[in-house]
Design a protein around this ligand. Sequence first.
Ligand SMILES: [Zn+2]
Length: 296
Amino acid sequence: MKIIDTHIHYSRHEGFAETAKESGQVNTADAVAKNFTANGVIMAIAMGTGRSDENSEICEPMRPDLGGEVTLQNYGIDSHIAYCAGVDSGAITPQNTSKSLEMFERFLQTPQCVGLKFYPGYHHLYLSDKRHYPFFELAAAYDVPVVIHSGDTAGNRGQVKYSHPLTIDEVAVDFPQTRFVLAHYGNPWIVDATEVAAKNENVSIDLSGLAAGVIDHAVFLEQFRGYIEHLKTWMAYLGNWEKFMYGSDYPLVNIGEYIKVIQAIVPEQHHEKVFYANALQIFSKLRAYQLIMEML
Ligand SMILES: [Zn+2]
């Protein structure tokens, strides 16, 4: 089975080496490539993580930085990795907004940058904060989705009132031309995330981060039987399998086993869509990126 992993981390940022260790992996570009090849993952989307450079006068896009120096045109090194430029909400000011947008635009003009990523729970700002509005318009103009870390936050510094999936409804309604992706299915607010995605045509869901650490799929499925049934119930309730995309949150989990967990949750007849085809629709730049990579 061909797989596109729509949510990974590919970063030297502190914490990822440790997290990778906890899931029995190593946080290197080499290990990612080997791991992905072994599991049929042909492409992945890395989430720009961290903070904007505080010495910069603008809100710098956060990019994945594990595979050597990442420059604007440097998409040859990690050819299987596309990315979402991370937005450090706290670094956006009225004074630097237009310059910051210009910088994001430069990245969006490259094939490898296929979306924007927001972290409202970590940045203690609602997604509906007006400073974000021009970024949603930019995403629509470039036909790329806005991915939101939704639901629980890692560690206790985040504030989950900002990352609750219900907070996405407001912007989904106000920006009908922009596509939004609820990362982590708003976990544990699965019911709320389901409603937001069911009601809004422009909202979809990634299934990353529903398990972490070294897992064994059979043990996990048995141990969390009630949770698994809950997921299945609400996914069936939503009933639109074009809204779900596989993602892992690598390196937070051992991906071979995680793939098996998601395969067990998603009915088999929808695997092709959830593990592959939906990503090409929602991250619409991926198809072009894939073609360029095949030509190199
Ligand atoms: Zn993540």
